[in-house]
Ligand binder design. Structure first.
Ligand SMILES: [Zn+2]
Length: 425
């Protein structure tokens, strides 16, 4: 059967063109004008994008499936227009043996409705100084390594990890955090932490570890990727490292681009994430970093929690917010439509072809004949409201609920099959 998506504005090769997209046998068959098929999807006035790619999600499965599971997490991804994700390994048990990794990969495939790439941990259980067998993890299906949620505290451990990762051609994706400096902080060090009388987080907890890791990355030649950079100094360090030829890439999270500590209205758990919301100056530096290529891509850090874990004050709330279902629309509305900081092409690149390229996810994030028919269709013309009842995730922990947005997802396809359609839950 042939399906044709007619008359859309299609994002292809960094450009927006008016075209039809023809799908056959789960693949893109052609992109052009006047294409015909057995089934027609009318995309007049809509944006037709490659399925988005998010290299940073938490699915809590196995171990904490009351927060999220592979099925609901991947449904949330599809609702946000994402068709490929990278799942972090901070589940219970951490997939740090080949058997656990094989099982994880199998579960992702069976229960997920989008393509799920699985991270292996940098160290056993994410918190030890013992390295798992990277070669065996890779063979079992791990696509990259991360201890996300934790920084690697010992320099020697990170040094050995990078040497081993380099040997096995695996990316080390780091949550940069020195625990001694982090010191159980909650809110970015500054006026807001004082106002709310909450423990401050110094930016040094992030930046000193990035500085250390960049030197280790230079020495080992590993591909070092930094998760959710959040400070001006982090961006400056990466810019400098790239100029020196160090093999480093990094991502920014939507909430660090959209919000600052000044937006925390009161002591509210929905504004607690790690790294914390930073200053206006940091936010501006992230935007400049994206625009000049220092920051390579946007990744959501989708971190669902149960309602009771985010209610009450910030002191007791869990770290993290959901992101899959709000990322594209909130970023599009603020930075493309309203403030005109980015072009639509730039935003789509940071959310599709760039993450695929950085992580070597072949045939993801692009619309090309021969590629899997992973497609997202967005409505850029009509305003809608982000509502809790529409979330597919088990987590409703996002401060963006209630916002008026453009860019709601109309339809998402994975391998030519519709996995999300607006109006159907
Ligand atoms: Zn993290």
């Amino acid at each position: 059967m042939q399906t044709v998506i007619k008359n859309g504005t299609v994002y292809q090769n960094g450009r927006l063109i008016h075209a039809d997209v023809l799908i056959e046998d789960q693949k893109i068959k052609a992109i052009g004008t006047d294409l015909t098929g057995d089934k027609v999807i009318d995309a007049t006035g809509k944006l037709v994008s490659p399925g988005l790619v998010d290299v940073h999600v938490h699915y809590r499965d196995p171990g904490q499936t009351y927060k999220e599971d592979i099925e609901t997490g991947s449904k949330a991804a599809a609702h946000g227009g994402f068709t490929t994700v990278g799942a972090m390994p901070n589940v219970t048990p951490v997939p740090d043996t080949p058997d656990l990794m094989k099982k994880m990969v199998q579960e992702n495939k069976q229960k997920g409705i989008v393509h799920i790439f699985q991270y292996g941990p940098i160290t056993k259980n994410e918190t030890t100084d013992e390295l798992p067998d990277y070669a065996a993890l890779k063979k079992a299906g791990a696509f990259a390594l991360s201890n996300d949620g934790h920084g690697v505290q010992t320099a020697q451990t990170m040094y050995l990890a990078m040497q081993e990762a380099k040997k096995n051609d695996l990316i080390v994706a780091a949550h940069a955090q020195d625990d001694s400096l982090f010191n159980h902080g909650i809110v970015n060090e500054g006026e807001k932490a004082k106002e709310l009388n909450l423990p401050p987080v110094t930016e040094l907890a992030e930046t000193t570890q990035i500085a250390r890791d960049l030197l280790l990355a230079e020495k080992t030649g590993v591909h070092y990727h930094i998760c959710h950079v959040s400070t001006k100094t982090s961006v400056e360090l990466v810019r400098m490292a790239k100029a020196c030829g160090i093999n480093v890439t990094c991502e920014a999270a939507p909430h660090h681009l959209l919000l600052t500590e000044d937006d925390i209205p009161k002591d509210n758990g929905y504004y607690k994430m790690n790294p914390p919301l930073r200053s206006k100056e940091d936010q501006a530096a992230l935007l400049v970093g994206l625009l000049d290529g220092t920051i390579d891509l946007i990744a959501t850090d989708h971190a669902p929690h149960a309602k009771q874990e985010k209610q009450g004050g910030m002191q007791n709330a869990a770290f993290g917010i959901t992101g899959s279902e709000t990322a594209f629309s909130t970023l599009y509305t603020k930075f493309v439509k309203e403030d005109k900081v980015f072009t639509l092409e730039q935003l789509l690149s940071w959310l599709s072809d760039q993450p695929a390229k950085v992580f070597g996810l072949k045939k993801a994030g692009v619309l090309e004949p021969g590629c899997p028919a992973d497609v997202a269709i967005f409505d850029l013309e009509h305003e809608t409201e982000l509502k809790e009842k529409n979330y597919q995730s088990k987590g409703i922990n996002t401060p963006f609920t209630g916002q008026k947005i453009y860019g709601a997802t109309v339809m998402t396809m994975v391998d030519g099959e519709v996995v999300y359609q607006r109006g159907e839950k």
